[in-house]
Design a protein around this ligand. Structure first.
Ligand code: FMN
Length: 187
């Protein structure tokens, strides 16, 4: 994750195309219920004004660097598309035509997969990004982008890193190594 950008704007057509590529990601039942909503550099300020609070903007050491992002992608999903898909004849026996029946809501899974694909495509293209959770004002953001019935997975802020990153305190956590998180099952 890179959280401080140098202000270089992304080219809107390029970002749209990258999102379309990312949507090659797998999608449960081919429900295709993930949407990517792109913003140009000139909209990042309005996005952050809605997505954050005044107190955070005044105190966070990251606020300025993030505001120099060259663009952003809000990733949303449409649960209703999954309920409709799993009500179709070939899926009807699953009983997944009601939201409460989903132990793993695949609309979130699909949105996460597409987001990961987008992050990799951004890296591959030589740009940088961060995924930002949406703990605040999700409803307002969804109204603002014109997708009031969607669920917001998060926002990918994209740009050219300027090397002034305030790294995440999360990185100092003593987490199990990646190799130790792989376990060969022996039964
Ligand atoms: C679902 C999800 C939500 C995240 N939300 C935020 C966020 O709101 N703000 C942020 O700065 N980083 C966020 N991150 C990034 C993580 O902090 C980061 O991936 C983790 O600390 C490991 O760092 P690295 O990805 O740079 O290796 C999020 C990551 C994921 C997967």
């Amino acid at each position: 994750m890179v959280r401080s950008f140098d202000g270089t704007p992304v080219e809107p057509d390029w970002l749209d195309e990258l999102c379309a590529q990312a949507l090659w990601a797998p999608t449960a039942g081919n429900s295709a219920g993930v949407r990517m909503h792109t913003l140009g550099a000139d909209q990042v300020g309005a996005y952050l004004a809605l997505a954050t609070d005044e107190a955070w903007r005044a105190s966070s050491r990251r606020a300025e660097g993030l505001a120099r992002a060259g663009g952003a992608v809000l990733v949303t999903s449409r649960p209703q598309d999954y309920l409709a898909r799993y009500a179709e004849p070939d899926k009807a026996t699953s009983g997944l035509d009601v939201e409460a029946a989903w132990s793993v809501p695949y609309w979130h899974t699909d949105a996460a997969m597409a987001t990961m694909a987008l992050l990799l495509l951004i890296e591959e293209a030589g740009w940088q990004a961060t995924i930002w959770g949406s703990f605040r004002h999700a409803k307002e953001l969804l109204d603002w982008i014109g997708a009031p019935d969607d669920e917001l997975l998060g926002t990918v802020l994209v740009g050219r890193g300027d090397g002034l990153d305030v790294t995440s305190a999360s990185l100092e956590r003593d987490v199990p190594s990646r190799t130790s998180r792989v376990r060969r099952v022996r039964t």
